[in-house]
Write a protein that binds this ligand. Structure first.
Ligand SMILES: Cc1ncc(COP(=O)(O)O)c(C=O)c1O
Length: 455
């Protein structure tokens, strides 16, 4: 028998916590100050900030700020008290749901207090233990964690690989026949690390071969993709085939909250069964009033999305023209791949702020084994990346390796061996390029050498 606290002390901090000593206050838990925007202060020094989800620049939009302030002044943070089902229902919550559903082209929508918990509950509502899940290997942590509650079987398909999905669907169909359950396919619209798109049109087309329900997390696609920012399903003209659509307010909407959209009858089932909403206080009024304003701006100002894409195209073309590899992104998420092996990647992950914050550039490095993705790490996790919304220096890995055990437990089919080749751009080259691009100034470059290590 072990003492739990002893074990945790020996745990050495976990996949990210192991870097706590030299990371804290730099790439982990940095304190950025000033108005949210491309330039913010870190330790009194102005930084170019690459790590925000402020895709449409709404965070400091005067009308958004006013709506947030008015909502808080009129209702306070307490209202409404209680869960939606009890005493937390208001006409504004309902109005927001109607407007969100109409915007994304679904019959109805249900508000979620947080996307992460919401997704866990959506999966919980949709599945019975007889059901079989088939999900993308690079699905977000909220999907992985939702699946950890599922008592039935699950299969993983190689990231965005339709042949692999078809193969796993065939296995799932055989199994579902045995268990007399159904099949749920889960993927994302825009993958937040690589920026590539879930091929929703091709996935929907597979419904001709297999009977399944499709759940899509479009956290990064809402506001950025599709007509007027309606999302990735709209981009692929596949809205009808996406049975359950999930979006968060945490990215383009610059807020807190999320929603799920689908048929009215299914949303009604969610309203009465989604535990994260049944047993939690309703989304506070200022968030709801603020979200109505944000949605109004997105709907009435398509130029916000156009401006985003003007910047994205310039950034991505600039990177490509200068020889950076940015991979298969087809969205505003822009990864910059690093060359090297585990060791150099590990080394630079340990002190990424020497490149980033010290160089006048603020971004967040993220390892594949970040608990946000795969809480227990594992072979799949052996890659590391600097993860920002518009800049991701990250490592690459060849496809095909089995996922870490907690998620692989029920998999019948190993995805094969995958190498863990990591690539890295030497920090001085990265820094030099940013200097040339004028994204950081020379003082910032020199500060890279001299930065104060103390936390
Ligand atoms: C793909 C994806 N899904 C879900 C979430 C969770 O959303 P929330 O921040 O609203 O909990 C995030 C991150 O915020 C995300 O990137």
């Amino acid at each position: 028998m072990v003492n739990i606290l002893d074990r945790l002390q020996k745990f050495a901090g976990g996949p990210l916590g192991q870097y706590m000593n030299n990371a804290h206050g730099y790439w982990a838990f940095p304190k950025l100050e000033g108005d949210i925007g491309p330039r913010m202060k870190f330790r009194g020094k102005e930084m170019l900030n690459w790590s925000l989800n402020n895709y449409l620049g709404l965070a400091n939009h005067p009308e958004v700020r006013k709506a947030d302030a008015d909502g808080a002044a009129r209702f306070g943070m307490a209202a409404p008290m209680g869960a939606r089902m009890m005493s937390g229902q208001t006409k504004w919550h309902e109005q927001l749901e109607r407007e969100l559903a109409a915007f994304v082209g679904k019959e109805d929508a249900f508000l979620l207090n947080f996307g992460y918990q919401g997704m866990i509950s959506i999966i919980d509502v949709l599945l019975s233990p007889r059901d079989v899940v088939v999900y993308d290997a690079e699905a977000h942590a909220c999907i992985i964690d939702g699946l950890r509650m599922h008592k039935g079987k699950r299969f993983v398909f190689q990231h965005n690989d339709i042949d692999s999905l078809r193969k796993q669907l065939a296995h799932a169909a055989a199994l579902a026949e045995e268990t007399r359950g159904g099949i749920l396919v889960i993927t994302e619209g825009v993958f937040g690390m690589k920026g590539d798109l879930g091929p929703l049109d091709k996935i929907v087309a597979l419904k001709k071969e297999f009977d399944f329900t499709l759940l899509v997390d479009d956290a990064h696609g809402f506001g950025t993709m599709g007509r007027g920012g309606r999302g990735t399903a709209d981009h692929f003209d596949a809205t009808e085939g996406v049975d359950v659509l999930f979006n968060t307010f945490a990215k383009s909407m610059c807020g807190i909250g999320a929603f799920v959209a689908s048929h009215k009858w299914l949303i009604d089932i969610m309203r009465y069964n989604m535990r994260s909403q049944l047993y939690a206080k309703s989304l506070p009024m200022p968030m709801v009033i603020g979200a109505l304003k944000r949605l109004e701006l997105i709907r009435n100002h398509p130029e916000l999305q156009e401006q985003l894409w003007t910047i994205v195209r310039a950034l991505q073309e600039g990177f490509r023209a200068r020889g950076f590899e940015i991979g298969s992104t087809a969205s505003p998420v822009t990864p910059v791949y690093m060359k090297g092996g585990d060791q150099p990647c590990g080394r630079s992950a340990r002190k990424p702020r020497t490149v980033l914050l010290g160089g006048g550039l603020s971004g967040h490095p993220a390892r594949r084994d970040h608990p946000a993705h795969h809480p227990h790490g594992g072979p799949h996790s052996r890659r590391c990346r600097v993860h920002t919304e518009s800049l991701r220096r990250r490592a690459r890995q060849t496809p095909g390796r089995r996922l870490p055990t907690p998620h692989a437990r029920h998999e019948r089919h190993d995805l094969g061996e995958r190498g863990s080749e990591l690539i890295q751009i030497p920090p001085d080259r990265l820094l030099g390029s940013f200097l040339k691009l004028g994204w950081i100034d020379h003082d910032a470059g020199h500060a890279f050498e001299r930065r104060d290590q103390s936390v």
